[in-house]
Design a protein around this ligand. Structure first.
Ligand code: ZN
Length: 472
């Protein structure tokens, strides 16, 4: 009995210490300057969970019923409460690097405004992560499902329905143009929020799908195998077909979601998304490789170009350099893909089930028309903002209809891409000692010029809104 008491006492006090340590870290974090107010909400959400956890531990200490439990039952009973502790650390890790030192406020404010246009009841946290990747997760899903529910906490008032955490690569945190990839991440959130998977992936591939072709592939493999010293195949033809089709069924929902997120990206951010997508994927992947979660980049580009060319049919709005860039990449996107059996069948199924048309329709129906970046928006952004960039004036507002109007964030990014693709020679002339700048340094200068424009644009938009609100 003495051993059991010592064990219980030490276990409870050890859990208590971990709780105190986490509480102390949360207090320290609360005093940081966060780029988004939602970081403080997450901290208070974790604190709420900690309080509930500590109360439960206290009740254990006072509960006489625990004495009747066997040793292992007692340990498990305590564990049902304490196992949430590592999850709390994981949630805390999600808001790491969300303060103003890690993420430029010039980026957070406009992206937050953009996402709130699409998800009015959501909050947004931008973090910079050391991964060379962009991601999005809803922290509220974890807080509600994995933590509060298990600890019996009531959802506190004033919490948004979603806290979308968008991560950008930390070493690229100041690359405004590349951050157009965020549009794809917003696309994932919209795809899931609107349950597009249910509407589009409403089919399964049966094992006798493309039977003749699969039998032919099996016979081919079997023939080579017979000639090799290892002898016969360890599976028969039916097993082979079943395994191939189940694998296709496994990858299809993820791949289709990726294609859908790309279409969202293009509709929300216009050609700027495609430009960023090409530049980013060139460095981080190959054209024809696939994974369980992602189809080949070439297929993604093909879908993007089909969507772009349908929505921006005559290319007259592009500069010569941009048209040339698009022509090169359109050719690359439409070159024949080097595909394996799984991908060939997945692509066939995508075609047979008219997935791309359905995706384009559903994505367009999901976004409010005012948030779609049309070819008219593209042309007018270029017309009004590119001359400002050329004159080294931040393209944050423009003179239209005899008064200044704030530019749209997506307009700034598209005008920025247009000038970037045209070469930064003109921009270079405005910089001191510009002859010493390497191409990468020049790109950085251009991106920080755009970030500054976004910051000014945000200030103008906030000021205009405040003015309109008080003069209604
Ligand atoms: Zn994705």
């Amino acid at each position: 009995m003495e051993t059991r008491e010592a064990f219980t006492r030490l276990k409870l006090s050890s859990i208590g210490d971990r709780c105190e340590a986490l509480d102390r870290a949360l207090d320290a974090l609360q005093s940081h300057v966060h780029a988004s107010p939602a970081s403080k909400l997450v901290i208070s959400g974790i604190k709420l969970a900690l309080k509930a956890l500590k109360e439960k531990l206290k009740r254990f200490q006072e509960d006489p019923d625990l004495e009747v439990l066997k040793d292992n039952e007692l340990e498990l009973r305590i564990h049902t409460v304490s196992h949430t502790l590592p999850y709390l650390h994981k949630i805390l890790a999600l808001i790491e690097n969300s303060d103003v030192n890690a993420v430029p406020a010039e980026l957070t404010a406009p992206i937050r405004r953009k996402i709130k246009d699409l998800f009015p009841s959501a909050e947004v946290i931008i973090v910079s992560s050391t991964e060379l990747n962009y991601t999005i997760v809803d922290i509220m899903q974890y807080l509600k499902g994995d933590i509060w529910e298990k600890l019996g906490c009531q959802i506190p008032e004033g919490f948004p329905s979603k806290i979308l955490r968008v991560s950008v690569p930390s070493v690229e945190h100041d690359q405004a143009l590349l951050h157009c990839i965020i549009a794809h991440e917003i696309g994932h959130a919209l795809y899931q929020e609107n349950s597009l998977q249910k509407k589009i992936v409403d089919f399964e591939i049966p094992p006798d799908y493309l039977k003749r072709e699969l039998v032919a592939i099996y016979s081919e493999i079997a023939k080579t195998k017979e000639q090799s010293p290892q002898g016969e195949l360890p599976f028969d033809e039916l097993e082979f077909r079943q395994s191939v089709t189940s694998r296709v069924n496994e990858v299809l929902p993820g791949w289709i979601q990726e294609l859908g997120a790309d279409i969202f990206g293009l509709l929300l951010f216009g050609p700027a998304y495609l430009f960023a997508c090409v530049h980013f994927s060139l460095a981080t992947g190959t054209l024809d490789n696939v994974s369980i979660s992602h189809p080949a980049n070439r297929l993604r580009l093909k879908v993007l170009f089909e969507t772009l060319d349908a929505r921006y049919p005559d290319g007259t709005m592009y500069s010569i350099e941009t048209s040339r860039f698009l022509d090169v990449w359109r050719n690359i996107a439409h070159m024949e893909q080097q595909v394996g059996v799984i991908e060939a069948i997945a692509i066939y199924a995508i075609k047979e089930h008219d997935v791309l048309r359905k995706l384009q329709q559903e994505v367009e129906a999901t976004i409010d028309a005012q948030h779609i970046f049309t070819k008219e928006s593209y042309s007018s952004s270029l017309e009004t903002l590119c001359p400002l960039i050329d004159a080294y004036v931040p393209p944050c507002e423009f003179l239209g209809d005899r008064r200044y109007q704030p530019a749209a964030l997506v307009g700034i990014l598209n005008a920025g891409w247009e000038r970037f693709l045209s070469g930064l020679d003109k921009f270079r002339t405005h910089l001191p000692h510009s002859e010493k700048l390497t191409p990468f340094q020049l790109t950085l200068k251009f991106n920080s010029f755009l970030l500054k424009s976004m910051e000014l644009n945000e200030a103008i938009a906030a000021w205009t809104k405040a003015f309109n609100d008080t003069h209604d």
